[in-house]
Write a protein that binds this ligand. Sequence first.
Ligand code: EZ4
Ligand code: CO
Length: 402
Amino acid sequence: MKITGAKVIVCCPSRNFVTLKIETEAGIHGLGDATLNGRELAVVAFLEEYCIPALLGRDARQIEDVWHYFYRGVYWRRGAVSMAALSAIDLALWDIKGKALDTPVYNLLGGRSRDAVLVYAHATGDSLASAVESAARCAEAGYRAIRIQAAVPGLTDTYGVAKGKVPYEPAKRGLAVEERWDTARYLSFLPTLFAEARQQLGPDVHLLHDVHHRCTPIEAARLAKQLEPYHLWWLEDPVAGELQEGLRLIRQHSTTPIAIGEVFNTIYDYTTLITEQLIDFVRMPPAHGGGITHLMKVAALAGVYHVRTGFHGATDISPVGMAASLHVDVTINNFGIQEHMPHQEIVSEVFDVGYQFERGVMVLDERPGLGVEIDEEQAAKFPYRAAALPVNRLTDGTLWHW
Ligand code: EZ4
Ligand code: CO
C-alpha cells in the first residue's frame, strides 16, 4: 500500500495543533499529531522539507521499517523536534493500518486489557482554599484522581495555575513571558496544601502534583518525604530529568511514587530510571516519544521492572495524540493512569473524536484506526498564532527551570 501523498495541517482553534495527514494508493488516509508546544513550525519545516519527500512511495504497511528509517537511518537522531515528527508519522501509519483492517488500533496492539482508562483531572486555585475547592468540584464531576496546583503565597505567577475564569493554557501569545520562582516558599507551602486536601477530600481520591522540574535532587527528596502522610498517587517531574542519577537521591529518602518524562523523547532517556527502579510512572506520550511503535517498547521495558505508564495529556497533545495514548492505555498490562486536561469546546469544530469522558474514566469506541478525523475546511478557519511557553527566573534573577 504505497504512500501517495502527505501534508501538514496547522490550525489554532483556541491553541495551535499540527496534524500530519498521510494518504495511500488504497484511498485510506491516516492522521498523526506533530504538535510541539511553542515549537510548532520547527516540526512543520522538518516534516515538509525532510520527512514527507522521503515518505512518498514507501509501503504504509511497513510501520517498523519506516520507524527505523526515520530513527536509525538518520545521522542527527533524537531530540524533541525530530521525535515529534517521527511520532506523527508513526501515529498516521497505525491509523492507516487500523482503517485498512477495519479495526481499532488497540486490537492490533494486543487487544483491550481493561474496559476503560482511569484519568486524572486538573484542580487549580489562586490560594490554598480555592485549590482544594477546585479539587472538590473535580471529585463531584466524577474524577477519582486529581492533580492539585495552587499559587504559592508571595509569588505573582505559579505554573499550572489558571488566572481568572480562563482555562489554564501554558503557552502565551507572542514572545516568552518571564516568571519568578522561589523554591523555599514552595517547599514550606506545599505540605500544607496536601494536608488540607487530604483532610477535606478523604482517603479514597487519588491526589497528584506536578513539581515541573523546579527542585534540586535533595530538595525534591525533602518534598517527597514531607508529602508521604498524604499518600500521593504521584509526584511529577520533581527534578529536571536530564540528570538521571539525581532520582537516586529521591528514592533513598521517600516512598512517594515518582512520575517523570513528559519532555523525554526516547527509551534511552528512561533506561537508568526504569532498570534501577528509580521511578514509578513513565510520562512520555506516544505523540512525543516516537509514536505507538516506540512507546510499546518503552512500556514493555517498564513492565519488566514494575513501572507503569501515566502519559502526558495536556492541551498541547492534540485529539489525535490523545487518541494514540488511549489506544496504548487500554491495551498494555502496566497502564497506570492517563492525564486528562480537556480541550476547549471549539476544538470539536475541527476534530471529531471517538473517545469520551464518563465518571472518572475515558471510554474508547469501536471506530477503526485511531478514531479521530480532522475537518480541513474548519481547520483553515483557525490560522496559526504564535505562542510561547514562559521562561523562569529565581527571585534574584537567576535563570531557572520552567
Ligand atoms: O506545562 O504541556 O503535566 N503537565 C504539564 C503541562 C506542561 C505543558 C508544556 O507544554 O506539565 O501543562
Ligand atoms: Co507536567
